[in-house]
Design a protein around this ligand. Sequence first.
Ligand code: GLU
Ligand code: ZN
Length: 288
Amino acid sequence: MSAGQHTERFAPSPTGLLHLGHAYSAMLCHDRAREVDGAFLLRMEDLDTSRVRAEYHDAIEEDLNWLGITWDGAVLRQSERTGAYEDALTKLSARGLTYPCTCSRRDISEAVRAPNEGEPVFGPDGIVYPGTCRDGTADGDAPAAIRLNMAAAIDTTGGDPGLRCLAVTETGETGHPAMIDSDTLLNGTGDIVLRRRDGAAAYHLAVVVDDDFQGATHVTRGTDLAPAVPVQRLLQHLLGLRAPVYHHHRLIRDEAGKRLAKRHDALSIRELRRQGVTPEQIRARLGL
Ligand code: GLU
Ligand code: ZN
């Protein structure tokens, strides 16, 4: 791989079978990389040990091959990257940008539903954290998650003018704003988890560390992940990591117009294969 070569990555979580939505992402990334003689890399986002299963990992690789998709080099497994995530976390903590949080899901949902709180706000990770532990009140003995202090992180950039310099390059149909602003980050994203209470690195931290490590120049994924861009761009800045060009594609829906999810086994590539559907028919159905 040469420096600056167009590099795409496909990063499924082996917590279920590959379905048409994943196939669409994978084919878009793969085709684009191959068209420009770039690289196409595969990464297994296997940090959620309670949901990951080895059989899904194998099935995903096998289904991708069946679709005619080949990747360059070895598959990167996030479960083997703990050291890199810890290093990144140490950097952020050394700058005073993190704090421990012992809140359970229930604590958070009760805190945001308190009578004086108004409507809960949903960000890229679900309910925006109300900041209960931000002042250092986390109970010392309880297992703690580590959160990013978003206000402190924004301060290091010089506020909105600094954030505007972090504008991301976007292509594709989402029209997601390429600008990053403090209101979106503070109020729409909030103090995201960097390391979960079970010790695993959380999604945004692992993704930015690995996108840089793999040399991804382009990230192609569904519009459901577009709201993750501002916080991922901020983390890249804080950690001195490279920012890829982002492309967020339409979501593939079932006949009833519902977004595909892991439970849509009927539209898994496995099931379509079993019914005798061919890779060409899948491409045609996806408009590729
Ligand atoms: N692992 C994520 C998923 O399967 C995708 C992460 C990404 O592409 O940034 O939804
Ligand atoms: Zn907390």
